[in-house]
Each structure stands twice: as C-alpha cells, then as structure tokens.
Design a binder for this molecule. Structure first.
Ligand code: NAI
Ligand code: MG
Length: 488
C-alpha cells in the first residue's frame, strides 16, 4: 500500500465523537490561602497569583504567594506539631494516613478533573494513573507506619524532624503523595510547596488533610514560585529537603545546603533510552515507544526520549510508529478520547519549540503527523527526529516535551554504550523476547529504573530515583522510608 493511502485509511478509521468529562461536580474556590497549622491562612504580605488552564488560557483561581514571613510561621507550626506527632504510635499515625488515602479515593473524580484543568494532562491519565497512584501511595505507606522496627531491625529509626518538600508541575498530586506519605509514616512534620502552575490539587489535598483530622501543623501546604522554594531550602528550622524538578534547581539546592546539617534527596531530570531489539514483539514495542515519550505530553523525567532501534528492524518500526502517530488525538484534556493534552505552560512550550528549532538547524529530519491544534492554549504536535546522532543537542539534553529522537544500532554492546553516554541516569527500557538479553542489558544500563517490555510503569512498592545528574535518594518502597529517618 502506498504511504499516502495508509495515512488516509488511518485517519478515516478513527472518527470519535467528543466525550468531554463533566466539570459540574467539582469545587474550586476563587481564591486560596496558605494551609498552615491546620487552617487556611492569609499570606502576611497579602500577595496572590493566578493559576490558569493551559488548554484555554482561562484563569481558574487565585493562589497565595508565601514569603519568608509565612515560611517562618509554617516552620514554627511544624516544629510545635513534631513533638506530639513523632511520639504518636505508628499504629495511630497509620490510621490518619489510611484516612487520607480513602478521602482521595472518594474524591477521585474531582481530583482528576482539577488536575487536568490546572496542568493540561489528558483526563484519561489523571483519572486512571495520577489519582489512583496517589491514593495507593498513601495506602502503601500507611501500612509501613507501625512496622518501621521490622523494616530496620535493631536500628531504632527516628524521624528527622521538620521536612521541606518542593515538587514540580508534571505530576502535581502524585508528587505530593510521594513526598507526604513516607514522611508522615516515619513521624516527620511537613512543609510542602507545589509548583506555581499547578497548585490546585495540592490545595484540595490540604482540604482532605484538614477533613482527616490530622493534628494541626503536621502538614503545611504553602504556594508560591521559585523564591518561596528557596526560602524553604534556606530556612534554618528545616532538617531535610526533598526536591523533584530541574537539575539546575537541584544544583542550587545542593550548594545552598552544603555545610549545613540538612539532609537532602534530589530527583532531577532524565534522558531515558528506549531500546528495541530485532527480536522484540514489534507491535507491542511501538505502543511502548508511544507511551514512553507521549505520556503526559512528554513532561516526564523518566520519559523514553531517546529511541534506539536495531538496524535490521528500523524501517519497519519507524513506519509503524508514524502510522500509529497518525491517530493520536491531540486536544482538549477533558475529552476522554484525548491522548495528548496541553503543554503545561507558555514557558515550557517555548523551551520545547526552541529545541525543535535546534534539532532542525543541526540537520535532524523531522516528522509530525498532521493534526489540527486548537487555536487557544499551549500545544505541540507529537514529534520525531530522525537522522540524529549522539552529538546532537536534542539527543543530549532533556526537552521535557513530546519530542523523540531516533537512532539505530547493530550490536548490544554498541547500544549500551550509547544509552549510557549521557549525564543523566534515571530510566531506560529494553524490548526483546530473549530473557538473557533482558538480564544482560538491565545490569549494564546505568539507570535507576530499567523496564523490560514495558515503560512508565509505577508502583508504590517499587523504589524510584536516579544516578549521576538525575539526582540521588530513592522514593517508593522500603527504600523510600530511609531518607526520612535517622539511625542513632
Ligand atoms: P523547576 O525546577 O524550576 O521547578 C520545580 C519546582 O522547584 C517548582 O516548585 C519551583 O517553584 C521550584 N523552584 C524553582 N526555583 C527554585 C529555587 N531556587 N529553590 C527552590 N525551589 C525552586 O522547573 P521548571 O523551571 O518549571 O522547568 C524547567 C525544566 O526542568 C523543564 O524543562 C524540565 O526539563 C525540568 N523539569 C524536570 C522535572 C522532573 O520531574 N525531573 C520536573 C519539572 C521540570
Ligand atoms: Mg495551572
């Protein structure tokens, strides 16, 4: 069949009617204050900023901007609460965490819709992935709260104290869960700052936490941008910083706390290799490639953004990939058919477009399916780059958008060397029917997570984290308890 005909066939076979998720059942306030010491509190300086819907540029709500004065109040509240909370039995702490998990489950639809409105991700993902995984994380760590002495036998684990947690905009509620759940289970008190473009589900979580009856001051949620984050990092009353975000800010944090006795974990960027061997199940691998790079618009630190295909199957894989891209639906995040939603912010869209221009200038061969992008809002068509090599900037640097670079390889040693030739070390994936090849390559790949015949799979029981410039420390699983404990 001719290429053009295939294109037509694919387009005409998938005609979906609109299926928008209702927003009538959700409650968003016009204005949100800071959640400090168990109540919503006006910011000392009285400043607020807007959070918008990146799919239509409408203002959703106005959110308080915390300054150093507010952080002071929050740290004092957390310190005061620490005395009681850290002495409470694990069993009692667990009850509160279970309650938070159940309240998230009860409000799952509301959380999902707000997550998609505030951040631009498809409702299918927020509904089926972000929100269930968030509840699951609280359930999982609730179970550990009264078993710490079994997790670390003969070590007498103690909480570290007041922890500052700074999270990004790509998985807003899920990252809040990854941070808060283990810290609570281990008896710490918390000051959490969501990202400035996606504060709403963290504020909804504050409402849930208030409803759960958690003692006041145990969890404080403060909103603001980079300056607020830096104020948390530099506050002398904080014992540990947990950060997820860019490598640049991770470096800043590492420098800022050097010489202090603050503990730190950093979960930073990535440039994951996704490797397709010639003996892979090709159709499944193509779905895996799509999921690896286009999940959440590619705003994923562990995205499979560098594709390596064995030369003998490269033509076949690339053709199937292009065909599959023809029927990806880009558009309204609240439509249940949507595969790729809105880019999170204007700033991130500019970053992605800049990388696409660099890729073209450096001689890359671009492929984008013809999809109609909405006029208003931040959009980027799914993009492939062929004819690139290790030295291309778009192969080396994290783009954090729906842009995939494709290279080929001949031997397993060659592809492992190429895959590891990056300053990052967060994730990788291998696709093959040969078990020995899986064991061989997963041991040789310098990445915190290596998936085999799947990609972007998360589980509360499984540790996650990076090597090299992807950061250090692990979140999830038994490993995720450790950074919140000290052993004397
Ligand atoms: P960012 O690292 O600036 O933002 C992440 C969080 O850090 C936000 O809550 C932000 O308010 C806070 N923050 C910013 N400056 C800070 C400072 N000096 N001290 C303390 N906290 C601070 O990320 P940004 O600028 O939104 O995105 C830039 C690039 O970073 C993206 O293009 C992407 O490549 C990467 N990124 C990686 C993420 C990951 O999950 N690994 C998440 C977000 C961004
Ligand atoms: Mg927003």
């Amino acid at each position: 069949m001719q290429k053009k005909e295939t294109k037509k066939l694919f387009k005409s076979s998938w005609n979906y009617s609109e299926a928008p998720e209702s927003i009538s059942h959700i409650q968003i306030q016009k204005k949100y204050d800071l959640y400090i010491d168990g109540k919503f509190t006006k910011p000392v300086k009285g400043k607020y900023f807007d959070t918008i819907n990146p799919a239509n540029e409408e203002i959703i709500s106005s959110v308080a901007e915390a300054t150093i004065e507010d952080i002071d109040v929050a740290v004092k509240a957390a310190r005061k609460a620490f005395t009681g909370w850290s002495k409470l039995s694990g069993k009692e702490r667990g009850k509160y965490i279970f309650r938070i998990a159940r309240l998230i489950q009860e409000r799952a639809r509301e959380f999902a819709v707000i997550e998609s409105m505030d951040g631009g991700k498809p409702i299918r993902e927020s509904r089926d992935i972000d929100i269930p995984l968030s509840a699951n994380h609280f359930f999982y760590y609730a179970g550990w709260a009264d078993k710490l002495e079994y997790a670390f036998p003969n070590k007498e684990p103690k909480p570290v104290g007041v922890v500052g947690q700074i999270i990004p905009w790509n998985f807003p509620l899920l990252m809040a869960a990854w941070k808060i759940a283990p810290a609570l289970a281990t008896g710490n008190t918390i000051i959490l700052k969501p990202a400035e473009t996606t504060p709403l589900t963290a504020l909804k979580l504050a409402e849930v936490i208030q409803l759960s009856g958690l003692p006041k001051g145990v969890v404080n949620i403060v909103t603001g941008a980079g300056k607020t984050g830096a104020d948390i990092v530099n506050h002398p009353g904080i014992n540990k910083i947990a950060f997820t975000g860019s490598t640049e800010v991770g470096r800043y944090i590492a420098k800022a706390i050097a010489g202090t006795d603050k503990k730190v974990t950093l979960e930073l960027g990535g440039k994951g290799a996704n490797i397709i061997f010639e003996d892979a199940a090709i159709d499944q691998a193509v779905e895996g490639i799509i999921n690896a790079i286009f999940f959440n618009q590619g705003h994923v630190c562990c995205a499979g953004s560098r594709l390596f295909v064995q030369e003998s199957v490269a033509d076949k894989v690339i053709q199937k990939l292009k065909d599959r891209m023809e029927n990806l639906i880009v558009g309204d995040p609240l439509d249940k058919n949507t595969d790729i939603g809105a880019i999170n912010s204007k700033k991130q869209l500019e970053t992605i477009e800049n990388y696409i221009n660099i890729g073209l200038k450096e001689g890359g061969e671009i492929y984008q399916p013809d999809c109609k992008l909405p006029k208003k809002g931040n959009w980027c068509a799914p993009t492939l780059f062929l004819n690139v090599s290790q030295s291309h900037k778009i192969v080396q640097e994290e783009i954090f958008g729906p842009v995939l670079t494709i290279q080929t390889f001949r031997t397993i040693n060659e592809v492992i060397e190429k895959a590891n030739n990056t300053p990052y070390g967060l994730s990788a994936g291998v696709w093959t029917q040969n078990g020995a090849k899986i064991f061989h390559s997963t041991q040789k790949l310098a990445a915190g997570v290596v998936w085999a015949n799947t990609f972007n799979k998360f589980d509360a029981a499984s540790p996650f984290g990076g090597y090299k410039e992807s950061g250090f420390g692990r979140e999830g699983g038994l490993h995720g308890l450790k950074p919140y404990l000290k052993f004397e």
